[in-house]
Design a binder for this molecule. Structure first.
Ligand code: HAM
Length: 423
C-alpha cells in the first residue's frame, strides 16, 4: 500500500521551488529595506501559549489546532500562526530590554486543522512581521504600506488594504454593552454560532456569512465598532488613514471587518484582491505582550499566506517567475581513465562558486551533451585522458557552439568571463 501525504499538505517539488524562492527573495529584500531582522521560533509551543495569545473563543483555538501530548505528558501544539511564538520569544529573551523598537520578521510553515480547499491547507506557509515598542499611528501605516508593497513587488496586481479599528479596552466593553442591548431581544433569530458569540465576542457577529444575521444587525440598529470608538482610538485611526493617504497606499475602510484572532486592538486590516479574496491580515495588539507575561508593550504586525500568493499570481497570469538556470557547467567525461580528473575539475569549479555537475551513469559523450542542455548548463567542460595528461580542459559554449582547449588553471576565470558576458 502506498502511503500518501496527509490531507491538506503538499509536496513542493523542484519544478515549483523557483516560484517559492522568488517570493522568499522579495520578502527578505523588502523586509531589509524596512529595517527588519529575522527571527525563528519553534514550530511547536506549549498549547497554553495559543490559548492565551490567540484567544480561547477563536475558531483557531477551539477547532483548528494540532494539539498533542508528548512523551512527557505536556500538551504541545503545532503553531497555527506566528505572532504568539514571536511575542513569547520577545518576552522570554527580554528583547524589550534593548534600546529602540524591535522590528522582527519570520517565514515558515503554520498548521491549522481546517477543511482543505483552494488556498486553504492544513500545513501552509506564512511570512509576517511583528513590531514591538511603539503605539505611533505612523507605524501602523508603515506596516500596512509594507504589507501592500511586498505583494506588489512579488507581482500581485490590485492588492488593497481593507482597514478597520476594533477599539481598545475603553471602547470595546461599551460597544459590547450596546450590542447586547440591541441583539439580546432577537438572540433566538441569530444563527447558532452568533448566539454563542453574542455573549463571548459580539464583534464577531459582523463577520458572520449568514445573511439573516447581517439583516438582524441592521434591523436591531446594532452600532459598528467604528461608530463606538473612544476619542483616542478615533484620533489614532484618523492619523493612520492620513499617513496611508500621504503614502499613496491603496486602502478602504470597512466597519464590518473583524479578524479571526482575539489579540487586536485599534487598527486591524486585511489585504484583499478583488475577485480573489484575502492574501493577508494584520493589526495592532497593545495588550498581548503583557498578556504573555512581559511588560506593557504595544505591538503591530501582519501575516501573509504564501500559497495564496502563488494562487493569485497563477490566476492573474503572465507573472510566473522566469525559469532560473540552476547549473553553470556540465562536465562531460570522454573516457573512463579521466574519471578521477573529472572529479578534480568539478571540485575546482565548485570551490570557486560555479554550479557544476556531471554524468554518473556512464553515458556516451553525445548523451552527456544532451544532458547538459536539458539541465540548462551554459557550458560543457570535456575531459578525457589527453586533457588530463596536459592538465587541460576543453570548454564548449553550449549557446554559440564555440570550443577551445585551455589549461585547467585558467578554467575558473574563463567560466566567470563567459557567465558575465551572458548576464
Ligand atoms: P491570519 O489572518 O489568521 O493572521 O493569517 C494570515 C494569512 O495566512 C491569511 O490571510 C492567509 O493568507 C494565510 N492563511 C491562514 N490560514 C491559512 C490556511 N489554512 N491555508 C493557507 N493560508 C492560510 C495571522 O495569522 C496573524 N498572526 C497575522 C498577524 C501578525 N497579526 C499581527 N501580526
Amino acid at each position: 500500500m502506498l502511503v500518501q501525504r496527509p490531507r491538506g499538505t503538499s509536496d513542493i517539488l523542484p519544478a515549483t521551488i523557483g516560484a517559492w524562492r522568488q517570493i522568499e527573495d522579495v520578502v527578505r529584500r523588502t523586509f531589509a529595506e524596512y529595517h527588519y531582522a529575522e527571527i525563528r521560533t519553534p514550530m511547536f509551543e506549549h498549547t497554553e501559549l495559543f490559548a492565551r495569545g490567540v484567544g480561547e473563543t477563536t475558531d483557531i483555538v477551539e477547532k483548528e489546532m494540532y494539539t498533542f501530548e508528548d512523551r512527557g505528558g505536556r500538551s504541545l501544539t503545532l503553531r497555527p500562526e506566528g505572532t504568539a511564538g514571536v511575542i513569547r520569544a520577545y518576552v522570554e529573551n527580554k528583547l524589550y530590554g534593548q534600546p529602540g523598537i524591535a522590528k522582527l520578521f519570520y517565514l515558515g510553515p503554520m498548521f491549522r486543522y481546517e477543511k482543505p480547499q483552494k488556498g486553504r491547507e492544513r500545513q501552509f506557509h506564512q511570512y509576517g512581521c511583528e513590531v514591538l515598542g511603539s503605539d505611533s499611528p505612523a507605524l501602523d501605516a508603515e506596516v500596512v504600506a509594507l504589507h501592500v508593497y511586498q505583494l506588489q513587488e512579488v507581482g500581485v496586481q490590485g492588492a488593497t488594504a481593507v482597514l478597520n479599528s476594533v477599539g481598545c479596552p475603553v471602547c470595546r466593553p461599551r460597544h459590547r454593552e450596546q450590542m447586547l442591548a440591541r441583539l439580546l431581544p432577537v438572540k433566538d433569530q441569530l444563527c447558532s454560532d452568533c448566539q454563542n458569540r453574542l455573549e463571548r465576542n459580539p464583534l464577531r457577529i459582523f463577520d458572520c456569512k449568514n445573511e439573516r444575521c447581517q439583516r438582524l444587525l441592521v434591523e436591531a440598529g446594532a452600532p459598528t465598532i467604528l461608530e463606538s470608538l473612544c476619542a483616542d482610538c478615533e484620533a489614532h485611526f484618523a492619523a493612520v488613514r492620513r499617513y496611508l493617504e500621504a503614502l499613496g497606499v491603496p486602502y478602504r475602510t470597512d466597519a464590518h471587518l473583524v479578524r479571526g484572532l482575539d489579540y487586536y486592538t485599534r487598527t486591524a486590516w486585511e489585504i484583499k484582491v478583488e475577485g480573489f479574496g484575502t492574501l493577508g491580515g494584520g493589526g495592532r495588539y497593545n495588550a498581548l505582550v503583557r498578556e504573555l507575561g512581559g511588560p506593557e508593550t504595544p505591538g503591530v504586525g501582519f501575516g501573509t499566506g504564501m500559497e495564496r500568493i502563488l494562487l493569485v499570481l497563477a490566476e492573474q497570469g503572465g507573472t510566473s517567475p522566469a525559469v532560473r538556470r540552476d547549473l553553470d557547467v556540465y562536465v562531460a567525461v570522454a573516457d573512463e581513465q579521466a574519471d578521477v580528473y573529472a572529479m578534480q575539475v568539478l571540485k575546482t569549479l565548485r570551490e570557486a562558486g560555479v554550479r557544476a555537475d556531471r554524468d554518473y551513469q556512464g553515458r556516451s559523450v553525445k548523451a552527456q551533451f544532451k544532458a547538459a542542455d536539458r539541465e540548462g548548463a551554459r557550458l560543457a567542460v570535456v575531459v578525457g585522458s589527453s586533457e588530463q595528461a596536459e592538465q587541460q580542459v576543453t570548454v564548449k559554449d553550449l549557446v554559440s557552439g564555440e570550443q577551445s582547449t585551455i589549461p585547467l588553471s585558467e578554467l575558473v576565470a574563463a567560466v566567470q568571463k563567459l557567465e558575465e558576458a551572458s548576464v
